[in-house]
Design a protein around this ligand. Structure first.
Ligand code: ZN
Length: 317
């Protein structure tokens, strides 16, 4: 069953709402444990230029203001917000409402690149984990084969920030789908024209793959992305030089890959860490035997259970 079909059956107001309404107000929506060992072997990254208090995810919009506001109107508004979030979570089959990311950082963290890659002559940094202490992770969705409007609806109703990395050869049959995603706040980023392994191509061909997709996304969607991800995560110095020449500011990779039934982890501790980037794909039942909403449900349940919120990648990189 697809999550959207579950959604159309309407919202029950029984056990889940009764249990969770009080529990949510008490802050039961996820453990607030540490994000993982500081010694995790992520590629090195600089601390934020401006030191900033680590921010924890808030449960829901408005709840952070609870202490400042008094009176029955404020309480009623907060309860309505909780109810709306619970109903949306229930509609989409989530164990609990997703946590809301803290406000975006005032300044983007200063980035260093992975070991062995020199940041010279405008080469953008390659980033596996965003340098932040915020309890946020980032969901990135690649390629563009599956174009499921239920996925858009689910993300919109739950207020989930996403970052798409779009390859023209899959998107060109229906750029309208990605325009719709962009209109609802999803970042649209560059994943080349033809999704080739860039490492085996010469500089000029690589530059064509990247720069032409910048042009195409600007023409089709009205964005000229700051972020670019090479297909298969394969790149060399020419890739970074070419990307920099097309206006790319950062090259985000990933530490986890999400599937509808499991997560693949780069590191053995099998935990999310602040700033982790999660990869998934626009895929559907033909490959996964599950839908995009099924995938998003799995990711949100995992992320929330570990006390994290999804955040916008472009706010941090
Ligand atoms: Zn790809």
């Amino acid at each position: 069953m697809r999550a959207g079909q579950r959604g159309r059956t309407g919202v029950r107001t029984g056990l889940l709402a009764t249990v969770c309404l009080s529990a949510v107000v008490a802050g039961c929506a996820g453990p607030a444990g540490p994000g993982g060992p500081k010694s995790a072997p992520a590629p090195p990254a600089a601390e934020p230029a401006a030191a900033r208090q680590a921010a924890a995810p808030a449960l829901l919009p408005g709840l952070a203001r609870q202490e400042e506001e008094t009176g029955s109107e404020a309480v009623a508004r907060q309860e309505a917000a909780v109810r709306t979030a619970l109903e949306a979570a229930h509609r989409w089959g989530l164990a609990q409402p997703p946590l809301k990311a803290p406000p975006r950082p005032a300044t983007r963290p200063e980035l260093r690149s992975v070991t062995g890659v020199k940041l010279k002559d405008g080469r953008p940094p390659v980033v596996y984990r965003v340098p932040t202490d915020d309890k946020v992770v980032f969901l990135t969705v690649d390629d563009g084969a599956e174009k499921d409007p239920e996925f858009n609806r689910m993300a919109a109703e739950l207020g989930i920030p996403l970052s798409a990395f779009v390859s023209d050869y899959l998107a060109r049959e229906n750029y309208g789908y990605f325009r719709d995603l962009h209109a609802q706040g999803v970042e649209i980023n560059n994943h080349t024209i033809n999704h080739r392994n860039l490492k085996i191509l010469d500089y000029d061909t690589q530059r064509g793959e990247i720069c032409r997709q910048q042009d195409q996304l600007e023409k089709q969607i009205g964005v000229r992305p700051r972020l670019f991800r090479p297909p298969y995560g394969e790149y060399n110095d020419d890739t970074l030089r070419a990307a920099g020449s097309c206006g790319v500011k950062a090259v985000p990779m990933w530490n986890e890959e999400a599937f509808p039934d499991h997560m693949e982890w780069r590191y053995d501790d099998q935990k999310l860490h602040p700033g982790d980037i999660i990869l998934t794909h626009f895929r559907g039942t033909d490959i996964w035997k599950a839908s995009m909403p099924d995938l998003l449900s799995k990711v949100l349940n995992d992320v929330t259970a570990q006390g994290f919120a999804l955040a916008r990648l472009d706010d941090y990189l």
